[in-house]
Design a binder for this molecule. Structure first.
Ligand SMILES: Nc1nc2c(c(=O)[nH]1)N[C@H]1C(S)=C(S)[C@@H](COP(=O)(O)OP(=O)(O)OC[C@H]3O[C@@H](n4cnc5c(=O)[nH]c(N)nc54)[C@H](O)[C@@H]3O)O[C@H]1N2
Ligand SMILES: Nc1nc2c(c(=O)[nH]1)N[C@H]1C(S)=C(S)[C@@H](COP(=O)(O)OP(=O)(O)OC[C@H]3O[C@@H](n4cnc5c(=O)[nH]c(N)nc54)[C@H](O)[C@@H]3O)O[C@H]1N2
Ligand SMILES: [Mo]
Length: 738
């Protein structure tokens, strides 16, 4: 999220692609409603007429998986009418020309054919959005959970760049994060391809962490199967099960160390039944040698497996029984105080992990960087200090426990729109939204805003990809730099090698001696200090790139979902070539998509999403009598006209079949919020699989008030080409009366 929920109150228009904040972010949605009261135009693009759409001025019912076509359609009209921000593009963007060229193809007629949205609607929405600036662009899972999810998340910012809606109040790309602290969890490196703070897996990053963790690099390396495995991406949550099945019985081939299968699974706070391909997930659970589930509730991974031995349920404490820093969707950190001592025999997550480290024999190495000379440390404050010390990449240097606690304790002393503090919090933004470069820095409410100085939270775009590409300069143009800096144009990220030249200074020998190779690995803090003196952001001042030359699609391109109702379009806009060793798993794209016309047998679009009373896998909520009562049974939303074709009545039980040959039995619920060629399934249920009730597997007295079939039993095969997120928002199914 470049800006914040609060900041949306300053938008003149808000366009929402594939997000339903009225249901999924009902508290944050108040900011949208305030913006509406202030006169902002609200636009929703979603295949379903959602609660959010009900509050919007304009609505486009898009065919799932066609947002790229829709946005190119908008860009087509923007360029045709000269509505683009020419100065912004000239000074701060690389290769908008290629986008313009692609957009030429996407006339309103072509867009209507691909997306199903009437050309008049596209034209109306584009004009309203272009003429009401600043505009805020919002998205969430409706854009990401597709084979082209990563391209979706590139075309949306490109639209904002074209309109000059980046780096301004009321603008930005505002991605609504999911779980509580999911932003913080990501920042901390809960990812299979990076270390905390998005440091990569190259040797330099590992050495930076080894030094700061006070352990030998060689010791870290010795923990791996062999040295080279230290630098390889891991399996993702989406496909851990493929690692267990290991290419057998027609499953995708995997590339694990020594060709081994995964044997153990440890889960800390994930539902597992929220993953696509549940029948495969069950198969893998059954085959594991060890399954450890650490959760305040009975993790239903233990219920859907027939495995009876070596399944351990660890009673984890909840957030109310724990404390520490958490990061909100807008990069603001807050302190969470403990409310009660852990109840009964449950333990805090970190205590469970400390205990595990002790038994595995590396507790000292795990905690060494926090320890004082007597081997003591204070949790969680010392962990937060360690984060500030190491994670320079995203600018957590200034985020100390003392500052966060002060903000949390005084949260009434911050402006609701700008996040700026007053009274004793004057001069700081609530929660020090990162980057917060030093203990004197106020945090950065809006990313890439050059109207502010470095020490007011201003910055240009990051220089991460070199100084030139194809002979074109990647740095921002003259006159386009954060206010009041000593350089009024683009500049490279600051390194030991270039600092003297870029800042026009001469270092002493002592400074050179102490300084790290670049700003990201400089424990001395000298690079940052010099940058502050010159008003220069250490990560440089570059152009935002519309072309990503390392990706298969260098500019975002529309590609049909693997299972598409429009097989004619799949031939015209085919998916990617199959991708070997994609996060260790061979992954199918084009070969599956073009194998046959699935839509003949499976003519109905399948969309899965959320309910307001349930969260994720739903264990917490279905264990609450009050929440379960609102949706006591798993159901399928269906348009009465579609239902009539199959002689299905409201409340009838139906089978939903997937192209994988799997099926679920659910109750039909009539609604006009879905179109006549689509059904909708919430994904918060489990406990019944393909008609088989497995709830006998719950330990005595723990069966939730509601159980049901999991939508993920019938979500189709398909994974994003970069991130491997499952395509749970694009797919086909067939229905019949049960
Ligand atoms: N009550 C509740 N709140 C939650 C959660 C929860 O489980 N329950 N989960 C939290 C989490 S983890 C997350 S990630 C967020 C998710 O928040 P959202 O992304 O808002 O949630 P979803 O309901 O999954 O999907 C949003 C919308 O995407 C639409 N959609 C599907 N396919 C497409 C498409 O191809 N294009 C477009 N434009 N739209 C499409 C769906 O119809 C749906 O209305 O919510 C968070 N908040
Ligand atoms: N079909 C379909 N599938 C989807 C999606 C979709 O839109 N459609 N959305 C996907 C998305 S975006 C997400 S984020 C996932 C969400 O799916 P999950 O991550 O499975 O969601 P939750 O049910 O919130 O799981 C969190 C678990 O953590 C436990 N927990 C809560 N607090 C603590 C704690 O302090 N410590 C520990 N150890 N455990 C705790 C809860 O009891 C719960 O069991 O689902 C994904 N799956
Ligand atoms: Mo999520």
């Amino acid at each position: 999220m470049t800006n914040s929920l609060n900041d949306m109150q300053m938008s003149k228009a808000i366009i929402i692609f594939g997000a339903n904040p009225a249901v999924c972010h009902p508290v944050g949605f108040q900011h949208f409603l305030k913006a509406k009261e202030n006169g902002a135009k609200i636009i929703v693009v979603d295949p379903r007429f959602t609660h959010t759409a009900a509050k919007a001025h304009y609505y486009a019912q898009i065919r799932p998986g066609t947002d790229i076509a829709f946005i190119y359609g908008m860009l087509h009209l923007i360029f045709k009418n000269g509505w683009e921000d020419k100065e912004f593009i000239r000074d701060r963007v690389y290769d908008m020309e290629s986008i313009k060229e692609e957009a030429l193809k996407w006339t309103p007629e072509v867009v209507e054919n691909v997306t199903g949205v009437k050309k008049e609607t596209l034209i109306e929405i584009t004009e309203v959005y272009a003429k009401n600036r600043p505009g805020s662009l919002v998205w969430a899972m409706g854009l990401t959970q597709h084979t082209i999810g990563s391209s979706n998340t590139r075309i949306a910012p490109i639209l904002q760049l074209a309109l000059g809606n980046m780096g301004v109040e009321g603008g930005g790309t505002n991605i609504l994060r999911g779980h509580d602290n999911v932003q913080g969890a990501t920042d901390m490196g809960c990812l299979a391809d990076s270390l905390p703070g998005y440091y990569g897996l190259a040797e330099g990053s590992w050495r930076w962490f080894a030094k700061n963790w006070k352990v030998d690099f060689e010791w870290l390396q010795s923990r791996f199967y062999s040295p080279e495995w230290m630098h390889k991406k891991g399996f993702t949550l989406a496909r851990w099960w493929a690692g267990v099945l290991n290419g057998k019985d027609g499953n995708d081939k995997t590339h694990n160390s020594n060709g081994d299968s995964l044997k153990a699974l440890v889960v800390i706070g994930n539902g597992i039944t929220s993953i696509a391909q549940q029948v495969k997930v069950k198969e893998a659970l059954d085959k594991l040698e060890l399954l450890v589930l650490s959760d305040p509730f009975v993790n239903e991974a233990a219920v859907i497996t027939d495995k009876k031995d070596n399944v351990f349920l660890l009673p984890a404490a909840t957030q109310y029984e724990n404390s520490g820093s958490v990061v909100a969707t807008n990069r603001s950190t807050q302190w969470r105080y403990q409310v009660v001592e852990p109840l009964f025999e449950c333990m805090k997550d970190q205590d469970l992990l400390f205990e595990l480290a002790k038994r595995l024999g590396f507790y000292d190495e795990l905690t060494r960087s926090m320890q004082d000379e007597n081997g003591n440390f204070t949790w969680p404050e010392d962990a937060t200090r360690e984060i500030a010390r190491i994670m320079k990449t995203i600018g957590l240097t200034g985020v100390t426990p003392e500052r966060i606690k002060k903000h949390t304790d005084n949260w009434d002393k911050f402006d609701h729109k700008t996040l700026m503090g007053f009274g004793e919090c004057e001069g700081e933004y609530y929660g020090l939204p990162w980057p917060c470069w030093s203990e004197e820095h106020p945090g950065s409410p809006n990313l890439y805003d050059i109207s502010k100085s470095f020490m007011e939270g201003g910055m240009g775009f990051r220089n991460r990809f070199g100084l030139e590409h194809n002979g074109v300069n990647q740095l921002a143009a003259y006159g386009s730099a954060p206010k009041d800096g000593s350089i009024n144009e683009g500049y490279p990220e600051i390194t030991k090698a270039n600092i003297e030249e870029v800042l026009g200074i001469t270092l002493t020998e002592e400074e050179k001696d102490k300084m790290g190779a670049n700003w990201k690995v400089d424990n001395s803090g000298i690079i940052l200090k010099k940058c502050i003196e010159h008003g220069i952001v250490p990560y440089g001042n570059a152009r935002a790139r519309a072309r990503v030359w390392q990706f298969v699609d260098q500019i975002p391109l529309h590609r049909e979902p693997l299972h598409s109702q429009r097989h004619d379009l799949a031939e015209k806009y085919p998916s990617f070539d199959d991708k070997p060793n994609h996060w260790r798993v061979d992954t199918k794209y084009k070969s599956l998509q073009l194998e046959k016309n699935y839509s003949k047998e499976f003519p109905i679009n399948l969309v899965t999403a959320r309910l307001v009373n349930m969260n994720g896998a739903g264990m917490e909520n279905r264990a609450s009598a009050h929440l379960a009562r609102l949706t006591p049974e798993m159901f399928c939303d269906i348009n009465p006209e579609l239902a009539a074709k199959y002689a299905i009545k409201d409340g009838d039980m139906i089978w939903v079949h997937s192209p994988e040959g799997t099926k679920i039995k659910v109750k039909a619920r009539f609604t006009h919020s879905v179109s006549k060629d689509m059904v909708f399934l919430p994904f918060h249920f489990t406990g019944i699989m393909q008609g088989v009730d497995m709830s006998g597997n719950f330990p005595d007295g723990t069966r939730p008030y509601a159980i049901g079939e999991s939508a993920n039993t019938v979500t189709n095969y398909g994974y994003d080409i970069v991130t491997q997120i499952p395509e749970t928002k694009g797919g086909l199914c067939r229905i019949e009366k049960a």
